[in-house]
Write a protein that binds this ligand. Sequence first.
Ligand code: HT7
Ligand code: ZN
Length: 886
Amino acid sequence: PREIFLKDYKMPDYYFDTVDLKFSLGEEKTIVNSKIAVYPRIEGSTPPLVLDGRDLSLVSIHLNGKALKEEDYHLDARHLTIRSPPSGKYDLEIVTDICPQKNTSLEGLYKSSGNFCTQCEAEGFRKITFYQDRPDIMAKYTVRIEADKSLYPVLLSNGNLAEQGDLEDGRHYAVWEDPFKKPSYLFALVAGQLQSRDDTFITHSGRMVSLRIWTPADDVPKTVHAMYSLKAAMKWDEDVFGLEYDLDLFNVVAVPDFNMGAMENKSLNIFNSKLVLASPETATDADYAAILGVIGHEYFHNWTGNRVTCRDWFQLSLKEGLTVFRDQEFSSDMGSRTVKRIADVSKLRNYQFPQDAGPMAHPVRPHSYIKMDNFYTVCSYDPMYQGAEVVRMYKTLLGSQGFRKGMDLYFKRHDGQAVTCEDFFAAMRDANDADFANFLLWYSQAGTPVVKVNTSYNPEAHTFSLKFSQEIPPTPGQSVKEPTFIPVAMGLLDSTGKDIPLSTVYHNGTLLSVSSNDQSVCTTVLRVTKKEEEFVFTNIFERPIPSLLRGYSAPVRLESDLTDSDLFFLLANDSDEFNRWEAGQVLARKLMLHLVDDLQHNKPLVLNSNFVEGFKRILCDSSLDKEFVAKAITLPGEGEIMDMMGVADPDAVHAVRTFIRKQLASKLRSEFLSTVENNRSSEEYVFNHSNLARRALKNVALAYLGCLEEQEFTNLVLHEYKTATNMTEQFAALVAIAQNPGKTRDDALADFYGKWQHDFLVVNKWFALQAMSDIPGNVENVRKLLSHPAFDLRNPNKVYSLIGGFCGSPVNFHAKDGLGYKFLGEIVLQLDKLNPQVASRMVSAFSRWRRYDEDRQKLAKAQLERIMSTNGLSENVFEIASKSLA
Ligand code: HT7
Ligand code: ZN
């Protein structure tokens, strides 16, 4: 397979002005007729025109109406080359046959549950017709779709419906025109038996936009929340960024077979059903929140991605980083900002940081790739999380108004263009006349910076000093790194826990002013740009406790010299809620690592009573937001702890986490019990902050009690399970029951399946719950579930639930006997034949095999070698497996 490099980017030799596509959809084959108006970038130049194409059967080519002879073009497995095109503008008409029914890769045009649909990002359009399938080719599309009317009554594509009517033989047609230029990855087509929920949105300037959410008829009642989310997103983008929707129609279609979360095709967003369909009985609060965020995300792409798109795929973060940032801000504004930030930072730590420390580490803007799809991680709708953090840092440095000025300039300069990350940087800089020092390094250097902070107080001089040093660990292909620009938002607390107003700070001896217009400032942003540097605060009359990296102002690993008592103090007092949570997490991480060490040295495990006390204070503090409490009493995940160890030990980490949970449950049983009792509700399910916060807290408390395996609490969780009136509480109770092996668990799982077997989205939860279980030897249960009638290897959601879920259980996936690795090795090879994108996401679970002990390393490596030695491996799996072994 060929590696593609950013440094080799060349502007295209030809541009396309308009594209007329005609689809004749059929059961045996689909005929695609494409007519492209081509013109050269440089007038008079006539290099060969090279078009991309995969799995296409070429029927005919005409140039300016004249059939091309075989010697006029060259066709191979990946390209169609027109050897000597004429000078100037010309029309190229190409007819191809494709077979969507046989397309199990779910890219290009395929059938999902009887309906036709497309997925073109990143390089799926080349599976539909021959084209320059790259994002810097932007053209205006007209699309005519013809199909059997009874089988496919609804025919959709991008833009406005220009015409529709009946044809002979029970067929009909529709013509769609998209007035905006777009790259091929935003093309979409849907045809099938669908019904819509319809609504309207009046834009800020008074235009009426029709909104339609399409699903199979039975599911229409489950689209209320998606429609609410869409309207909220449209309003938010107007209010916060002044961005209005630009067409008169916005369609959303939900399909059950989809490789990722959703796709932002111009005016025809296609969604994985699980991110559209919700009812209180079948979807959890987490599902509702995900729908809100992803509906928002895809809608926000209309400006950040569609109107202004990427020059090439190396610039993916230009649209994804920015749009993820925008959806994070949207969800924050719709719910709790602190809790949203906690959730996003947890994801970053659990998915992005481990990746950045492994063989697949890549900068926000990668230098090379074999298969572009591999940059879209299993965390599906949030590729390029680090990219969102980079965008957030611009906002931290510029403030809300400065950031908005930068965004306005970005759109003013680049509307309708395909641009680069430098263009975004330049807009932010120029709009604010800002000095961003070495900030651009965030785009080109991989790895997570480690920032160390040493603090010292001088009681005579009344100064408090922070000495920073930074280091970015080596990553594949990048052994030496430059120091980067790290914005550190921070404040100082006095001994009563109040913020100290900050007036002056010296940076390496130079005076910086912190407060402006005599207004006191309690949080300031330090610009840390060098390998080592010092900041000294003056007029500090007692030893303060510093609250560093407030709101997690930069995606770094912070190591400070704060003591446990400082951290307990911050946990109890910090005005920055994020840092209160963070202080608790740092304490918990330290404690867990300490106990892991004890366990590995056969020492008895003892839980520090200060930890129990601090934990109890948070649990019982009724002044705190309940959702925040739920987060604060949740221990860091096993992956996060393993990530901090020299040699990851899944068994020890699991044993320690279980030990702490049981100890906390046992010592605080009455507090947990009253938490459950006080947070029950008889009201109808409503997805609003106070209700979901109450449910979140109750469910965490219930899980703690459930782990005690005492009859009283087994009865309690069973009671909660039976009396729950919504999926959030029902499923949480099932999770609490399923922690412990035995008849109660088996009966509850069977009962749940019996209740919900008709609902494929709920059944996926049931698969995932069992797959993720820590029960010893669970690989055998997962193997059995592979042949369960509800399982299907061709459906990505089912694979992510069962196989992805299994890989998320460290004890079972990394079982010492190697059965977990063997299982995954077999599945990856089967999957690769059906769907390489999904297979490569699954094979990624092996990528950090070097983090484990020698025996595990041998076993995992053997599976990777077995995969690599298989004939006909896809480029997707090849890239991940070979980089993992390198
Ligand atoms: N921009 C979308 C990415 C996407 C995708 C990428 C590769 C293969 C399949 C895919 N489906 C969607 C999704 C987004 O940004 O939300
Ligand atoms: Zn996106």
